[in-house]
Write a protein of this length. Sequence first.
Length: 548
Amino acid sequence: MMDAINQPLLDVRDLSVAFGQGERATLAVDRISYTMRRGECVALVGESGSGKSVSALSILKLLPYPGASHPSGVIRFKGQDLLTMSEREMRGIRGNDISIIFQEPMTSLNPLHTIEAQIAEIIQLHAPMRGPAVRARVLELLTQVGIPEPQTRLASYPHQLSGGQRQRVMIAMALANEPDLLIADEPTTALDVTVQAQILRLLADIRTRLGMSMLFITHDLGIVRRIADVVCVMNHGKIVEQGPVEQVFTAPQHPYTKALLAAEPKPDPAPPQLDAPVVMQTTDLKVWFPIKRGLLRKTVGHVKAVDGVSLAVRRGETLGVVGESGSGKTTLGLALLRLISSEGTIVFLGNDIQGLRFKEMRPFRRDMQVVFQDPFGSLSPRMSVNDIIAEGLSVHQPQLSPEAREARVVKALIDAGLDPETRFRYPHEFSGGQRQRISIARAVVLEPSFIVLDEPTSALDMLLQAQMVDLLRDLQRKRDLTYMFISHDLRVVASLASHLIVMRHGKMVEEGPASELFKHPKTDYTRALFAAAFRLEAAGGAGDGTQA
């Protein structure tokens, strides 16, 4: 009996994961070992491609890749080797004894089923519960994870919920049968700082209440320090260092761990350019989306995504735009670029561009560019990198010879820190960080004056974030670029922005020099936002953007 009590809940020994067959097999995880006791939180950290998620998915035998195999290893859960279990036996474990929360809830939730149906399905698969009892349990779970007025959300579909609400629904599904082990795979990456802090607090509270163990996968070391007891640092498929969190953070032994801990973006923002010409200016900008109801689709109100924003950005400066999800940050950027309709004055390089038609806007397009948050979604999978970057030159500078065009593409790739010899490959052949560099090369090849950067580092690990910040800073100084940097990661914004605006519910609640604003925020909302970002505390005062 004592052995059963003292044995680890999870014991991973010499686990390897390979993809492919024979000589073409690639080792993604290389003989890793770690243990987890009941009630303990173990964090797996490392950069993209280090094997974190693959090793976690192996626990549930959910590797989605054909030809995946385990050349070595044992995964014991409550003393039983999961790798030797049949698919039928594993179905009894998944969702009941071990649950998982994935990084992107929108792709994990079924868009055709209501929230109630999806949570109820998990309950009914593992418990002899039907009818009103199931609905009562669904409401109980939604209440536990902090969904306001849960009875009004039962008939909602995933697209009708905010990002924070969708992640809370995923947590409710994972906790439906009170599992012994919860695997959380980057559950806060796509969330703004206030929602992130609340989700972390929620997970910690539930873990304490249920005595649940948690395997937490992340690239954010600040989260690890707050939530984990033990940390395992992964690099190239191996665990290079592991131990209690405070021990590893205060006295790291492995060079990679030291590099990871030193990878915070260094604060070195572009200085304010008080005498420089204004590149982009707007006065009382509004983007209102009509709410239409009834048979005749009458307009009964408006969603005020951007509501009376005025700003000016000077050449060589970086304007940081921060706020929670749904605050209007991205909508503001798209409106300034005339990619969505808006009201108010927009002056670009001294020209009023608000009323210009599509063809009239074309001469200005080469001087204004955008880098989107998800490079994989914004790069055509059917075009080579060379064609993707050269496309803008073909449209805006058709007089260039093929040789001159290729020279510009090569220079843009070099400036973006990529090997120009790889330009004939396709986007899927590159890592996430490399794809983001391709997006930046596509933007700078036209030698624009103004670039909107919409969350360009949010999906990158700490090392890549620091590299991306250095790259953007170098490009700005080389090419005298003006940036509008939209982000929910205030540490990254602090390292780049010379001027800052804080948005909430479509309005600008505070603005000023970034160095002053970070030190002396004036509003309660800004103070709560900064507290959530820099200390992952005090998020409750800012709300979690739970309005759909």
